[in-house]
Design a protein. Structure first.
Length: 316
């Protein structure tokens, strides 16, 4: 039986990439029924006009007010409306091949399962920020290898053999079958870890099998990356939200193998003089320092009484 598919694309002010994203979905070869749900975390009305311009798609647009980075809540808005048995999660700044949906469907065999796909980061130079996004013109893009894992073979091997396959999940390319009675945890506010936690719960609590799907997406990113190769987060507020999400994950799931989570701390440090978190531009710390940094972060949060007032968006 050919399942009905719900594709959920998360967007926030992605005016320059959404047209390319929608056009790639409009040319899918999947022969079964499928629907597209655009979940918008508070963009301006211009986004809706872009969605309306693609007439060939069965699409619903689900918008929520801009009250900060609330991606979990935005995805849940679409999940509640999704009618497909299989759900594919994407971001509005990725381009997919015409067999993308078909590959995800084919990857799911018997029993509950999660299929994780990889991405190819595509860096578009800052001076080429035009509309529509000139993503097809190879002379203005630089193809970059993924930062984690670094190669497709490593990505597949990690999913197959690692004790923590959920840590390979990316919100811009994964699918679940059948649609689970699970929502994203809306206490994750700001960028980071909400997709890992969602997949981890399906894996650990509902015994969903995690598998690899050879359905790579091209993730459009704008120039201006630093030497770490990571476009976000950068500001004190963004880093605080990321670390806060990490600590919440660890506290909610105290028995999780925490190494993949704590690894993110390698890229950040606390500037004692200003009492602000910033990017770590020095040589990468050893893994032995991770627990020390995590303890420092917990102490800092307790001393500074960080509550729920931090809700800043981190744009692509």
């Amino acid at each position: 039986m050919i399942p009905k598919v719900s594709v959920i694309s998360s967007v926030y002010e992605q005016h320059l990439t959404l047209t390319a994203h929608l056009n790639s979905l409009a040319h899918q070869t999947y022969e079964g029924p499928w629907e597209l749900l655009i979940c918008d975390d508070g963009s301006s009305s211009n986004m809706l006009s872009t969605v309306k311009s693609i007439h060939s798609l069965d699409v619903r647009y689900v918008w929520q007010p801009d009250k900060g980075f609330r991606l979990s809540r935005s995805r849940n808005n679409a999940l509640r409306l999704a009618t497909g048995e299989l759900v594919i999660f994407l971001d509005g700044d990725v381009i997919v091949t015409e067999d993308f949906i078909s590959k995800h469907v084919a990857s799911h065999g018997g029993g509950p399962s999660i299929s994780l796909g990889s991405r190819k980061r595509v860096l578009v130079k800052q001076n080429e920020r035009t509309h529509p996004c000139p993503i097809i013109e190879s002379d203005i893009i630089d193809n970059l290898g993924d930062s984690y894992p670094k190669a497709e073979a490593d990505f597949k091997a990690y999913i197959m053999y690692s004790p923590t396959p959920w840590a390979a999940s990316m919100g811009c390319n994964f699918s679940i079958y059948p649609k689970a009675n699970v929502l994203f945890d809306e206490r994750f506010v700001g960028w980071g870890f909400e997709d890992w936690e969602f997949v981890f719960r399906l894996f650990s609590e509902k015994q969903y099998r995690i598998q690899y799907v050879a359905a790579e997406v091209r993730h459009i990113e704008w120039g201006g990356q630093d030497e770490l190769g990571l476009p976000r987060p950068k500001t004190h507020q963004e880093i605080v939200l990321l670390i806060k999400n990490l600590i919440y994950f660890l506290d909610r799931h105290p028995h999780v193998d925490a190494f993949p989570l704590k690894r993110a701390l390698l890229h950040y440090r606390l500037d004692i003089a200003s009492n602000r978190w910033c990017r770590n531009h020095e040589s990468a710390q050893g893994y032995g320092d991770l627990d020390k940094v995590l303890t420092l972060a917990r102490d800092w949060f307790e001393l500074n009484e960080i509550g729920n007032s931090l809700t800043g968006h981190v744009e692509s």
